[in-house]
Design a binder for this molecule. Sequence first.
Ligand code: PLP
Length: 458
Amino acid sequence: MDSYSSNDISAVVEADRAHVWHHLSQHKPYETVDPRVIIEGKGMRVWDARGKEHLDAVSGGVWTVNVGYGRESIANAVRDQLIKMNYFAGAAGSVPGARFAQRLIEKMPGLSRVYYSNSGSEANEKVYKMVRQIAHKHHGGRKWKILYRERDYHGTTIGTLATSGQAQRAAQYGPYPDGFVMVPHCLEYRKQWDVENYGLRAAEAIEEVILREGPDTVGCLVLEPVTAGGGVIVPPAGYWEKVQEICAKYDILLHIDEVVCGVGRTGTWFGYQHYGIKPDFVTMAKGVASGYAAISCTVTTEAVFELFKDDPTDTMSYFRDISTFGGCTAGPAAALENMRIIEDEGLLDNTTAMGARLMGNLRALMDKHAVIGDVRGKGLFCGAELVADRGSKEALDEKRVQAVVADCMAQGVIIGATNRSVPGLNNTLCLSPALIATPDDIDQITDAIDQALTRVCG
Ligand SMILES: Cc1ncc(COP(=O)(O)O)c(C=O)c1O
């Protein structure tokens, strides 16, 4: 960290304090303490404005930088592409756009079409628009409702917030458009039914909503393969099989939101691939180019695609949508190199191995810290739910959860926690280190949590 002088850095911090409105932040404290500014990153580590080194256990805060920081090969691929051809509107194709679509589809049997845009929210809204247009054109206006699940999150726009299963994300930004209907969450630790086969029961709860709404009104069901910001929820055994069956039974399109899980995070290319399901739509964003460029993809089947070209005489029947920056070539250029790195460095296997180590370490901490009520995860995507009492499962007070995060930060390890998500249940520590993590990195993360829990929770 030697390329900036301390005067430069102080000026940056002051400019930030004076003019930048940070995401998801209450700014009052920044009147007296410095806002956090990250200056540099390499591998798993970042350096802040004071020169302090941190091990990043959350891949850029929000499970994004899957291949780690400072990848010159991605920067070079983007640079070369920008000089050759930086942008043209997405009504035309581009060299990296075509190549990346082909490489992506190789990893997604059963799917065949890629629609580019530039954020996870936008990728999801594209699906909602497609579903609405299919309803208009092919179902006489019926099948227009979109079901989403309690505790899932699909984005920040008004349309995607209408499918927020996290009340605190959606609160105060309504009213929301009609036709978005919530189904119950599937977290067995916070049981809603006292049954043996919880996965089956949680899926049947979706069917109950479909029957209540009327199957001929429901066009699509959107689910995260593993719920991220809603508490790192891995669906119980039997859930996905039943969900697939229900969607087929009622002719409902299945949309899997892979914005977090996509491109390696859980140890497979996509989270849904653990469960043998066949989605009609898959959306992805964060890990697609590991944050080296903005890119998101809405991927669908040839059958869905056909519905938008089967009536060329109707001038309104094709997908009349554009995303200006979906035509930026930096995104697919970065995504191609990102995918090459994951393959050549064997990062899917590393994710599975290091994920097992992380889960093992967290489970071992449960013996020592009664405050850990539950540990959940898949690959390098793990959560530890903190409780005041294991018997009653009363959530640990949010301030103490945040104190654990702050203690880790003071130790130089950045971890996350569910935040302004589910009222009264913002109590899950979130871990999503880059897919390049080593055993030492994993142990450093869990050692920091161990020490933090000892200090904060006794
Ligand atoms: C599962 C999921 N879907 C969609 C989004 C929205 O993505 P973006 O912030 O890129 O719009 C997020 C963001 O955290 C997410 O976690």
